[in-house]
Design a protein around this ligand. Sequence first.
Ligand code: ASN
Ligand code: ZN
Length: 319
Amino acid sequence: PEEADRWRRLLAIDEDLRLRRAQAPGVRRGVAVARGPAWVVHTAGTGTDLPGEVARRAGDPPSEDVAVEEAALGISGSLALFEEVYGRSSYDGAGATVSATVHFGKDYVNAFWDGTQLVFGDGDGRVFDRFTKPVDVLAHELTHAVTEHTAGFVYEGQPGALNESVSDVFASCLKQRLLGQTALAADWLIGAGLFLPGVRARGLRDMAAPGTAYNDPALGQDPQPAHLDAYLDTTDDNGGVHLNSGIPNRAFHLAAVAIGGSSWEGAGRVWFAALTGDHVTPRSDFAGFAAATVAAAAALGDVDVSAVEEAWAGVGVTP
Ligand code: ASN
Ligand code: ZN
């Protein structure tokens, strides 16, 4: 509840701004673009039928259900990031309504984008708390939808690890934006607050120091590599998509810190331009995506291109 209150306070500002813009003189009431993309949060009530029952839509008053509120805040915050900072209207670039379901299943310890909607479990009450709790988990899943509609990275091997990494990149950008943190001040953790007390885990992943997020009997040690030299050749996890993402994750962290200021405005604009630009394909590998970020930095004009090149060099990737 403490964490939820914190995000609610931060996002209340955002919601308030959205409503005031919708009601501003000269803005026709009900024009979708003025209000930002819509969203709807459902509840599965611990069942597995999707999407379940509607719990709250954009514009509705808050519900009493904390998971519904967390989802609403994470989704509206992510939509605001994409729209206000990167000029993208929803995940499809055309204002699609975001649909999400919370309370999916019993003791369900994951969250995912199924190609149509977002889905969140409540955790097992032992190791994992609710998957709606960390605002960056919401943004991670919504970014899968953005990637599907843009670069379309196939979910396997290096393009799969890029798909995962890009979700962490914009998840971290959202969290840092809400907290008003610079790249230097941020914790670079994905999923902080997801683990219940007593679990030796700072989060699911650490973008600044992949491989150090957790070390607990229930979880083992965080297996992420931080450099291409340690790339994991495995058939698990679609070729290690959640493992090898540590490599491009750290490249983003290095670029963000080198560029300086806020990650979402500095390195974030470069990564967004690369993700949505012509230099990537569904089968781009690390080097291909690195080259796309270098080209994007050069095209933006106000970004230190060598900071991007050196960030990739720092993880062993040559654009
Ligand atoms: N939470 C995971 C993800 O977004 C779910 C999955 O592996 N499909 O990548
Ligand atoms: Zn993911």
